[in-house]
Design a protein around this ligand. Structure first.
Ligand code: SAM
Length: 365
């Protein structure tokens, strides 16, 4: 079975490492490839059959797909690949020609192996790159091709709102693929614990990527701009044993973070502090790890405040940080200046896709 796993752009290596370690745990044979056919935000996993022994000692098949959906912290979707291919020049093709190629390709696939004719289905589509067709065109064309193929076996049912089976059709640059989306309509990064919706919250998958980059070893940990608590909550859910602090300036967001933590069942694992990160040393004498997504210009109103805020914060951080910090922001110049002025060394930099932007991420010591 070939699985197309989706995640944020820029964290494919961390998602692959997670998938490898999850698959090793269940002793299945596998091969994992980052960015298959050069597509960003995707990981391919070729997986053999997996088994477990039940309480009566019988050998049972284990669903790798369910296992990944339930256990992964970095993936967005788990899609069983039906087929994929590269369509040279599809970006320049006239709409009818491009849709004709996609329609013919899908019509040739044995989709009947993946859906019972009695089950309702829908096609969800995604498109990225330069094309003369839209994602709606793709969904319609693919839906029609699947419907006509299934008609050979009975009376197919389409249900766009509550389908039993979701086909996912993606055209990214010249690469097209069709699969069965086993995750459903709500991406895995939308955590069920989120009852307070912060306007600038971080995706839970990216929060976990930042935690992976920080490699916290059980020492004390703080998110000094914790908003609705995504990073501390995800860390606590990983069973982290060290002290975790969530610092936030605004009462409303801190209350939201507490509500989220309660809903996640980790309220008692986190210390919530109402306070100003530019006075960090008033709240903590020393801390081993600091991980945060910093306020960006767009999100806190006046962009001109950012350089001053970052410089005051990093000067405070320099007084308390013992081991490592990981920070994500759009404000490259302001953060690099503030880190440098305060004697931090950048150990690693990468860009991560978040909310349509590529955002700068730094590991500092
Ligand atoms: C980008 S958001 C963090 C979102 C958070 N990671 C989440 O997932 O909900 C930045 C947060 O920093 C807070 N903030 C702004 N200035 C602050 C300061 N001086 N001290 C502490 N928090 C501050 C904002 O209220 C906002 O909640």
């Amino acid at each position: 079975m070939r699985l197309i796993l989706t995640t944020s752009r820029g964290i494919e290596d961390l998602a692959s490492a997670e998938v490898r370690s999850l698959l090793e745990e269940i002793g299945v044979s596998f091969r994992v490839e980052e960015k298959p056919l050069g597509v960003e935000g995707r990981v391919l996993a070729e997986v053999g059959e997996a088994f477990y022994t039940d309480e009566k000692g019988r050998k049972r098949e284990l669903s790798v797909v369910t296992y990944l959906n339930e256990r992964s912290r970095l993936l967005h979707r788990v899609i069983v690949e039906i087929a994929s291919g590269r369509f040279e020049g599809i970006g320049e093709d006239e709409p009818e020609v491009a849709l004709g190629k996609i329609g013919d390709f899908v019509a040739s696939l044995p989709v009947e192996r993946f859906v019972k004719v009695s089950e309702s289905f829908a096609v969800r589509s995604f498109r990225k790159g330069e094309h003369r067709i839209t994602s709606v065109d793709i969904a319609k064309t693919v839906g029609k091709a699947i419907f006509e193929r299934l008609e050979r076996f009975g009376k197919p049912k389409v249900n766009l709102d509550h389908p039993a089976v979701i086909f996912r059709a993606e055209l990214i640059g010249e690469v097209f693929f069709l699969g069965i989306d086993t995750t459903g309509d709500s991406s895995l990064h939308k955590r069920p614990w989120r009852v307070y919706d912060h306007p600038a919250h971080l995706k839970a998958s990216i929060a976990n990527a930042l935690i992976e980059l920080a490699k916290p070893d059980g020492g004390s940990f703080i998110d000094p701009f914790c908003g609705s608590g995504t990073i501390p909550i995800e860390l606590a859910l990983r069973g982290y044993e060290g002290r975790i602090t969530c610092l936030e300036k605004y009462r409303k967001h801190l209350r939201g973070a507490k509500m989220n933590a309660l809903s996640a069942g980790v309220y008692n694992k986190i210390e919530f502090v109402l306070g100003d990160a530019t006075k960090l040393s008033e709240y903590v004498e020393s801390v081993d790890f600091a991980v945060s997504n910093l306020p960006y210009g767009l999100k806190i109103g006046r962009k001109s405040m950012i350089p001053g805020l970052y410089s005051e914060f990093f000067s405070e951080l320099a007084r308390v940080l013992e081991k490592r910090g990981v920070f994500i922001t759009t404000e490259k110049r302001a953060i690099e200046k503030a880190m440098e002025e305060n004697g931090f060394e950048i150990r690693h930099h990468r860009l991560i896709g978040h909310g349509g932007l590529m955002v700068h991420t730094y590991v500092i010591e």
